[in-house]
Design a protein around this ligand. Structure first.
Ligand code: TMP
Length: 212
């Protein structure tokens, strides 16, 4: 008889800049702990020492990168992240919660910058070999609301500095992906109150837990 643990669940959080993902991460952390689910929390770009260095490059307003270089860097960080963090966690039965994953590349590099989706898909197949999140929470809200939430004294990163039509294309690309894969995506109207959004999150986490 095998004593191998069942694989963990792979959960990702997505949305335009300012969608409020980080507010909800601590709720997700508490919810999982309350339900005795062991989980690893990580992020993209990042999640490994190499990935965090790539993150610095990608987000620094000083970086000049071609569209392809930017896309390849995102996937280089992702490959290391999958090998060192994501796969080991899932294989050991833990849940893996990633603040952004490949949908961000489709939305930002594909929708935002105009990198052909087929090119992103080819890299996705190479790097992920079929690995896909079990559930993606897409925090969706109008650009103006997100921009208002981001307005503060903080220095904006390379993506946040983009014009509003860039962010509009990012939002639209996310929504198209969600429409194409309704079984994986949960689109959360994030212009509502935090309590209402968290009720939804809890419902989706509960469903995912039942499939364990
Ligand atoms: P955040 O983690 O603070 O939301 O910021 C990460 C930024 O990096 C965000 O603007 C989206 C961007 N990004 C990409 O452009 N492509 C990617 O593949 C990923 C993971 C993030």
């Amino acid at each position: 008889m095998s004593d191998a643990k069942p694989r963990g669940r792979f959960l990702t959080l997505e949305g335009i800049d300012g969608a409020g993902k980080s507010t909800h991460l601590s709720f997700i952390r508490d919810w999982l702990a309350h339900h005795d689910v062991q989980a690893v929390f990580t992020r993209e770009p990042g999640g490994t020492p190499l990935g965090e260095k790539i993150r610095e490059l990608l987000l620094s307003p000083d970086t000049r990168a071609s569209l392809d270089a930017e896309t390849l860097l995102a996937f280089a960080a992702r490959q290391q992240h999958i090998a060192d963090v994501i796969e080991p966690a899932l294989a050991s039965g833990q849940w893996l919660v990633s603040d952004r994953f490949t949908d961000s590349t489709y939305a930002f590099q594909g929708g935002g910058r105009g990198v052909p989706f087929e090119r992103i898909r080819a890299l996705e197949e190479w790097v992920q070999r079929g690995l896909q999140p079990d559930l993606t929470l897409l925090f969706d809200l109008p650009l103006e609301v997100a921009a208002e939430r981001m307005s503060g004294s903080r220095v904006l990163d390379r993506f946040e500095q983009e014009a509003s039509d860039f962010h509009q294309r990012v939002r639209e690309a996310y929504l198209k992906r969600a429409e194409a894969e309704p079984h994986r995506f949960a689109v959360l109207d994030s212009s509502r109150s935090i309590a209402a959004i968290q009720d939804d999150i809890a419902r989706h986490l509960g469903k995912l837990l039942e499939t364990r």
